[in-house]
Design a protein around this ligand. Structure first.
Ligand code: ADP
Length: 474
């Protein structure tokens, strides 16, 4: 049995700002029947309240030219998985997770403390599976800086890119003063990027295997458009690059037992779904009418998610006799755009800012369609969750959206959602109009598509087998 250590910045059930936390929270469970899996994350402020019986494992000092700080590692077992939390009040016990001026220093500390933890405590780790830029220096530290230590010597490294757009770029001083790297490493080209360094690039260079979260995205990032200026580095590693579609936690996301929705249903009792729509409409100040098509958005409001296509096309969209509920926060102009629209379409459009887990469940259960017109989408979980709840996704054919949503085909009645190609308001509108038309004029076909969507297996079973193959190949 191999021991795989996941290193990431977020993991459910402790802390989540996006899909990364879903993956780190579910994949270890799916792998645990054949492997021992542990998880290493920072002890953020919001995590503290969720700890039950966490015990300190070890305390040591991380010492580099600009860091001289004590790290304490706590351990708590959750559902059979050992979680290790890196405690440092100054670095991690803050209101948010990211976006601080000292992120370079904070995450240098995170990477170094993890490498030192492995050195100090013999956990017999066989594979370190690090995720996204926050853990991007682990393969370099383990394979170069700590390579002579017996606990590091034989470790193999897998790195997963959840979103190439966020790379962890910092000034050169972070490499020298925070990570304490030698001039030779800094100048050999493996971590340099523009005038500074790049955590994501370092991981792509030093990991034995690199994975990303859908087969389409694995192809797309090799090109100029989606490669985020790392496509040439990725091309050098393309024979060690795998695209594995994420799964979702199908126990957590289950309309037949979800404790966060009032009316449970499954493929056989799909008629009950509409009761959730009425609850949602009442709760969000929309006119409660079960026959009006309800559109939903559950998303970070960023340029990546194509949210501005919805805003730009709002007059036409609302002209389709629909209601819309949007949940999420992000860029100020997008939030402002929806606030403004609520005044204009009072009773037909609701906007709820913030991160709201219960409401997200109610939207997945209560809506008829979910809009996800992303510019790019490494995998995307919202569309899979929506399908599981019989809410048909309207997506752009890109990345994981292309790999998970089968477009409706009026000839064969196959399909699990609706999709469009070009990143334009007119393409989005065109396909949305078709979906709305189907809902109002061909309810039997619409319902069949809902059943198709609900019947797809989005569990981790398949994906975890593919990860197991990557581990076996090391
Ligand atoms: P991302 O790029 O943000 O990781 P994904 O689709 O991969 O996008 O994952 C998003 C996850 O976060 C889904 O589980 C979705 O339900 C959840 N989510 C996004 N925004 C919100 C929000 N405002 N409130 C609650 N959950 C949200």
């Amino acid at each position: 049995m191999k021991h795989i250590l996941f290193v990431a910045s977020e993991s459910l059930p402790f802390v989540k700002t996006g899909g990364l936390a879903d993956v780190v929270g579910s994949l270890p469970q799916a792998l645990s029947s054949k492997n021992r899996v542990s998880v290493f994350i920072p002890l953020y402020q919001s995590v503290i309240a969720k700890l039950k019986d966490a015990k300190p494992v070890v305390t040591f000092t991380v010492n580099t030219p600009c860091i001289n700080q004590v790290a304490t590692i706590l351990k708590q077992t959750h559902d059979g998985i050992d979680f290790y939390f890196l405690q440092h009040q100054g670095y991690f016990e803050r209101d948010g997770l990211y976006g601080y001026p000292d992120d370079g220093e904070r995450f240098s500390f995170f990477n170094l403390a993890c490498a030192m933890f492995i050195e100090k405590v013999n956990l017999s780790v066989d594979i370190i599976h690090s995720h996204d830029w926050h853990a991007g220096m682990i393969p370099l530290l383990s394979r170069v800086v700590f390579k002579h230590h017996p606990n590091h010597k034989n470790i193999k490294h897998v790195f997963t890119i959840h979103n190439l757009a966020y790379q962890g770029q910092f000034p050169l001083s972070v490499a020298k003063d925070c990570l304490g790297l030698s001039d030779q490493i800094i100048n050999d080209g493996s971590i340099r990027f523009d005038d500074g360094i790049n955590f994501m690039k370092s991981a792509i260079v030093y990991a034995h295997k690199v994975t990303t979260v859908s087969p389409s995205y694995a192809q797309e990032i090799l090109g100029l458009s989606f490669g985020e200026r790392l496509h040439e580095v990725l091309r050098l590693r393309q024979y060690d690059l795998y695209g594995i579609l994420n799964g979702i936690d199908t126990k957590f996301w289950d309309p037949s037992s979800d404790p966060l929705i009032k009316h449970h249903y499954d493929v056989e009792t799909l008629d009950n779904k509409v009761k959730n729509k009425l609850e949602l409409q009442r709760k969000c100040g929309l006119k409660p009418t079960e026959n009006t098509l309800l559109l939903g958005v559950v998303s970070r409001l960023t340029w990546q998610k194509g949210i501005h296509l919805i805003l730009d096309q709002m007059a036409d969209i609302m002209g389709l006799d629909v209601q819309l509920i949007v949940l999420g926060s992000g860029e100020a102009h997008l939030e402002h755009g929806f606030r403004h629209m609520v005044e204009k379409y009072y009773g037909r459009l609701a906007y709820v800012a913030g991160y709201n887990e219960p409401l997200a469940h109610e939207i997945y259960a209560g809506c008829d369609l979910l809009l996800m017109p992303s510019l790019f989408e490494p995998c995307g979980l919202s569309q899979m969750i929506a399908m599981r709840y019989g809410t048909l996704p309207v997506v752009r054919e890109v990345g994981g959206l292309r790999d998970s949503v089968m477009p409706y085909n009026s000839e064969t009645q196959e399909g699990t959602g609706f999709s469009f190609k070009e990143f334009t308001t007119s393409d989005l509108y065109h396909v949305l109009r078709m979906a709305v038309y189907l809902y109002y004029h061909y309810p039997i076909e619409f319902e069949q598509t809902q059943r198709n969507a609900m019947s797809v297996d989005f569990s981790w079973a398949l994906s975890s087998e593919q990860y197991a193959k990557v581990y076996d190949s090391l």
